[in-house]
Design a protein around this ligand. Structure first.
Ligand code: AMP
Ligand code: GLY
Length: 422
């Protein structure tokens, strides 16, 4: 079979890598891909928002399945367009992807279906939002309604910070129309975890748990990023908690959407805050997490193509998804300046030495070729992923491999997975 993967980050490298192990896959295309993906797939430089060009490509190359990595094409309806043309594609429709694309939709949906989440209010007026923030006090969380590449959420520890966030989003329009509405919500305390499931709209199959590290610096300091590292499993998600999440979050979401006439197929991700053994939803994503996918797919035993086909055929109940008992830790190496303005084009050295280490996979994110060299081409550059019998062993592998890698200005957190070790 021929598969097209849409995207070019660490998550997509992990998807392509897993697919490359499938006994059914003959050829993988990836658009746009990156320098690491290019080793196992044919990278095609196409604009992933140009759905008609993607569709033409899929028809011309007789591609059997398209897998969409990022949220943008999903929220703009790539699945609806492909399905209308009878093409097999993995991901939710535009209506279903609103769970991620609109925080307002997602909060109101959770309220309608009694899914546990932080208390909130929605505002279209800066003045009213500011009054509410003053009344509530800090800490408080300000969220732009629409997609903002993970930067539209500000956890404000003072009222001034919250005001600045409101100004940034509502007055300065830092995220454009994504800031036409804001959600102002209660700041939850506890420990965060990422919980992802595969679903065909009927069966919901949980993946192994994971935990992201959103802040740029050690000890969760500095601004939020797309994610600086992740590990799996996350001990905070006990078996008992997993069944609570399925019962209180995942099942009600899929059922609730169905009751509103929306079928959800693909991957559903809940960002959770665990407080006193209870889960609260911080956000939904309609896709695999990045970097959570890197450690999670590293632990997947079952053929990803089989799972993908079962989802699109709505036969997920027929698959028994197996996971490896081992642990996995992914440490992201970022460019100087990230998550702010960052540099590109720095030569990356030591990749071959890092790759040679047993139980290590170096997933590429923002990388490209420049002549015969691999250079940096994004904020998050690599996701160095180690596996081992437990988190401690996996972490050791990841950091051992990082020692081999160098590019000017590189930075990474030294404390990924420490929370799981305490
Ligand atoms: P979101 O995109 O909504 O997940 O927000 C990004 C990050 O902001 C989350 O992963 C949390 O670290 C933090 N966050 C979001 N909402 C809240 C909340 N209500 N209370 C505390 N932290 C939050
Ligand atoms: N790592 C968080 C996300 O993928 O949104």
């Amino acid at each position: 079979m021929k598969v097209l993967v849409v995207g070019g980050g660490g998550r997509e490298h992990a998807i392509v890598w897993k697919l490359s192990q499938s006994r059914h896959v003959d050829k993988i295309y990836c658009t746009p891909g990156n320098a690491g993906i290019a080793e196992i797939a044919e990278c095609i430089d196409m604009d992933s928002s140009d759905f008609s060009a993607l569709l033409d490509f899929v028809k011309y190359e007789w591609i059997d399945l398209t897998i969409v990595g990022p949220e943008d094409p999903l929220s703009k309806g790539i699945v609806d367009i492909f399905e209308k043309e009878g093409r097999r594609i993995l991901g939710p429709t535009k209506a279903a992807a609103q769970l991620e694309a609109s925080k307002v939709f997602s909060k109101e949906f959770m309220k309608r279906h009694r899914i546990p989440t932080a208390e909130y209010k929605v505002f279209t007026s800066y003045v009213h939002a500011a009054d509410y923030v003053r009344m509530k006090g800090a800490p408080i969380v300000v969220k732009a309604d629409g997609l903002a590449a993970g930067k539209g959420v500000i956890v404000a520890s003072t009222v001034d910070e919250a005001m600045d966030a409101l100004k940034l989003i509502m007055k300065n329009k830092a995220f454009g129309d994504a800031g036409n509405k804001v959600v102002v919500e209660e700041c939850l305390q506890g420990e965060e975890a990422s919980f992802m499931v595969f679903t065909d709209g009927k069966t919901i199959a949980p993946m192994v748990s994971s935990q992201d590290h959103k802040r740029v610096f050690d000890n969760d300091k500095g601004p939020n990023t797309g994610g600086m590292g992740a590990y799996s499993p996350a001990p905070v998600i006990t078996d008992e908690l997993e069944s609570i999440v399925m019962k209180k979050v995942m099942n009600p979401v899929i059922k609730g959407l169905k009751s509103e006439g929306i079928k959800y197929k693909g991957i559903l991700y809940a960002g959770l805050m665990i407080h006193k053994d209870k889960p609260y939803v911080l956000e939904f994503n309609c896709r695999l997490g990045d970097p959570e996918t890197q450690p999670v797919l590293s632990r997947l035993e079952t053929d990803l193509l089989d799972i993908s086909m079962a989802i699109t055929d709505e036969k997920l109940s027929g698959i028994n998804i197996q996971w490896k008992e081992e642990a996995s830790v992914c440490v992201v190496i970022a460019s100087s300046g990230y998550p702010g303005k960052y540099e590109k084009g720095r030569t990356i050295k030591g990749l071959d030495d890092a790759k040679k280490i047993k139980d290590v996979m170096v997933f590429h994110a923002g990388t490209a070729f420049n002549n015969n060299e691999i250079v940096t081409n994004g904020g998050r550059v690599l996701g160095v992923t180690g596996t081992g019998k437990d988190i401690k062993a996996a972490k050791k592998k990841a950091y051992e491999a990082i020692e081999k890698i160098h590019f000017d200005g590189m930075h990474y957190r030294k404390d990924i997975a420490d929370k799981a070790l305490n």
